[in-house]
Design a protein around this ligand. Sequence first.
Ligand code: NAD
Length: 448
Amino acid sequence: MARENTTPDLLIREPVTPVADPRQPVTPPASGTLREENPFDAMLARYGQAARLLDLEVGIDRILRHPEKEIIVAVPVEMDDGDIQVFTGYRVIHSTARGPGKGGIRYDAGVSLDEVKALAAWMTWKCAVVDLPFGGAKGGVLCDPFTLSLREKERLTRRYTAGIIHTLGPDSDVPAPDVNTNEQVMAWIMDTYSMHARQPETAVVTGKPVAMGGSLGRREATGRGVAISAGEAMSYVGMPMRGATVAVQGFGNVGSTAAQLLARDGCRVVAIGDKTGAIHDERGVDVDDAIAWVRTHGTLEGYPKGDAITNDELLTLEVDLLVPAALENVITSRNASRIRAKVICEGANGPTTAAADAILESKGIFVVPDILANAGGVTVSYFEWVQNRAAWYWTESQVNERLTEVMRRSFADVLRLATQHGVTMRTAAYMLAVGRVATAHRLRGVYA
Ligand code: NAD
């Protein structure tokens, strides 16, 4: 039996962020009004600070606070038992000032418009900080993907794609995998789009299987970028990589690759952890062995070597480098004062709250912010898009060399700005990114 459709078929909303009073100067939101763990507030806190330091014009500030487009679609899906369910899908394009919208699609029971808007803006800053010719976007479908069969997930993906197809395109909006979506989901999106376009369009999504236009090196790209950024940070603070102690929270795609590459560079990875807990071994964890365990068992649970510790203990270990590579909001005002790492390199998106930033700064901890540290993934997504459009594919070593060049150059750009202005790497990264997007707006002007 069909359930009642309570969601509109298609809704392109007017921007919902309140428009600032034009007579008011640009100011960040008052810290007392920010909700520490709200993603949109976290993004606005960092953005607002950069805008103020850049002395951004009120008009440009107002443009950047508004996503360009917010799409909400009803996604009816015929379930395997014949029942029809209607899911809600979102796609938000925050900015196309510097190029097509770029950003992942997540399937999750916690997806909300506020979250998708924050993540879309985050993508704008992330692409700008490493100087990719992309804007920022994000999408999501409110569902519990673990209760869907493969065929239900395929039908959901194709109908959601059809619902937002007018915004998608290699020159307008290019999705990628995110939480609970993967190469297969990208292949279905590419196929659905191509059927409508009446021609194959590999460049409409990135993170595809290598067998159909994906890039070599994409799977490891984010972790590789984290390891490269951590190496640059350690070199800057005068810490030799050989023998440096490292704790990594999260042992999935990003955390395990970063741990593996850091260990290959001579670091001693003394703690790793995932959602089941963490392990600590002062002599150094055998990262390859732990990866093999997770490949067989799914998680680190039951891993027989090292001492079991909690995730909170992992975060507060006395180490040279801490890599949070699991979740957002793990370093907050509650535990920041107990963090004893000398350098933090953020593999996850938003692992540190804005309130914790100030505490880490007062402790002299050098933080490589997420929008810089984990930009390796979107950088190789860009390489994938370039290879698709040129129909000319690169070797894995070419991909890795070019990724290294982008990460090192971007780290140096951010560090230079941080030194010039006497600000943290996070503030400098936002200043660099916001400044680049603002420049594009000034040059383009306001179309009337
Ligand atoms: P993943 O699903 O492959 O791995 C996530 C890991 O985090 C797993 O080991 C999981 O067990 C662990 N985890 C989950 N909940 C936890 C908890 N409560 N405590 C401790 N560990 C927990 O995901 P991923 O692709 O490695 O992404 C990790 C982070 O990096 C996310 O914040 C993601 O947004 C960010 N990120 C990923 C990419 C990418 O290309 N994969 C790019 C940029 C940013």
